[in-house]
Design a binder for this molecule. Structure first.
Ligand code: ADP
Ligand code: X15
Length: 393
């Protein structure tokens, strides 16, 4: 990475403004999944151990520039305090007099968490006045919020123009793992793309076709490809206006010698429900009134076999409607294959990360990204504004 990292900074006795992604699920005022908070601990602990005064900032949800009581960061401060084993000061403001006073009372190694930065209308607009007010609080800026790096906001991009800046350890790890995978992959290199929306994954598929040996398609987006290849898909998910593009991808794969893999059988249902009648059918046997909601047993075997033989696998998007147990077997089989393969397994955030968490397999993966949208945009080859804004080495 050509950006400065924590090791390039001297932070002893300095006030460090550290942007983190503490956008975590909450229920009844409690954090229900602290994965993203734990992922930021290496940076936070490094800073406190080096004697920095740590000012943390994060967004939570999408309050759109207003104070929303349920989106205050107090439960996050409580959880963080448990995880670092010491007090964390939390302010009710994002900047201004209250915050400046609280910062002035901090000693080396202390941690302060600002209120939800998206309570300020200037945050998502990347308002220079807000960036300036935030920059005024600190001497140095560190961005460890990989999950929000695809946003050009005041606390992720604007502030970096106003202070010496560097990437945090989580940011560095995410970029290293995903970057290495894309630039200099071990082979065979396999990408597995699932989920629901073809539209959202077009650029990812296109970018992967230039890099991978195997491109496996599953989930709802498979049916646009299957229909484009001339099969009937019943009531399965279809993006009709993307059928031509689907065929272009299949042609591009052929031209590039990429093994483009589609389901050979599927699980169809007569209703989108847990209690629907279901059956496994070959891909050219989908009944007109039925909907395909998972990959079938033969496809599970083929996909698992490819994963087992790959040296590097990147997975983004479930193979079926895994939220309903009857349609979770395809996603489970792929998750198991990734957990067991000797190859390096990377989960690209979002629903796939939720799925491996649900199946208790997260620990068995080599890297589970903390960013859904961010990892997708990175894999599309887009520049992440939160990274671009940091100082070059
Ligand atoms: N065959 C299918 N038909 C309808 N929906 C599907 C199918 N397979 C997967 N899905 C749904 O796709 C959703 C995830 O899609 P998407 O948002 O594109 O993935 P991700 O968040 O991983 O990028 C899941 O809620 C899942 O239920
Ligand atoms: O949870 C996040 O995105 P993700 O669900 O795509 O990983 C990030 O915190 C970014 O949040 P945002 O999509 O409201 O800007």
């Amino acid at each position: 990475m050509n950006k400065k990292t924590l090791q390039d900074l001297d932070v002893k006795g300095k006030k460090v403004f550290c942007r983190v992604d503490f956008n975590v699920p909450m229920k009844d005022g409690e954090v229900t999944d602290d994965t993203r908070i734990r992922a930021a601990l290496p940076t936070i602990n490094y800073l406190t151990e080096q004697g920095a005064i740590v000012i943390l900032a994060s967004h939570l949800g999408r309050p759109k520039g207003q104070v929303v009581e349920e989106l205050r960061l107090d439960p996050v401060a409580k959880k963080l305090s448990e995880l670092v084993g010491k007090d964390v000061t939390k302010t009710d403001a994002v900047y201004g007099e209250e915050v400046e006073k609280a910062v002035a009372e901090l000693n080396e190694g202390d941690i302060l968490l600002l209120e939800n930065v998206r309570f300020e209308a200037g945050e998502e607009k990347n308002d220079p006045a807000l960036a300036e007010a935030l920059a005024k609080l600190a001497d140095v800026y560190v961005n460890d919020a990989f999950g929000a790096a695809h946003r050009a906001h005041a606390s992720t991009a604007g502030i970096a123009e106003k202070l010496p800046s560097a990437a945090g350890l989580l940011m560095q790890k995410e970029l290293d793992v995903l970057g290495k995978a894309l630039e200099n992959p071990e082979r065979p290199f396999t990408a597995i793309i699932g989920g629901a929306k073809v539209k959202d994954k077009i650029n990812v598929i296109d970018n992967f076709l230039d890099k991978v040996d195997n491109l496996i398609i599953g989930g709802g987006l498979a049916y646009t490809f299957i229909k484009a290849q001339g099969h009937e898909i019943g009531k399965s998910l279809l993006e009709e206006d993307k059928m031509d593009l689907a065929n272009e991808f299949i042609e591009k794969a052929k031209a590039k010698g990429v093994n483009f893999v589609l389901p050979v059988d599927v699980i169809v249902a007569d209703d989108f429900s847990e209690t629907a009648n279901t059956k496994a059918v070959a891909i050219d046997q989908i009944p007109a009134e039925w909907e395909a909601l998972d990959i079938g047993p033969k496809t599970r075997e083929i996909y698992s076999q490819i994963v087992a033989e790959s040296k590097l696998i990147i997975w983004n998007g479930p193979m079926g409607v895994f939220e309903l147990d009857v349609f979770a077997n395809g996603t489970k089989a792929v998750a198991n294959a990734l957990a067991e393969t000797a190859g390096y397994s990377v989960i690209g955030g979002g629903d796939s990360a939720a799925a491996v968490e649900k199946f208790g397999l997260a620990e068995k993966m080599d890297h589970v990204s903390t960013g859904g949208g961010a990892s997708l945009e990175f894999m599309e080859g887009k520049v992440l504004p939160g990274v671009a804004a940091l100082d070059d080495k």
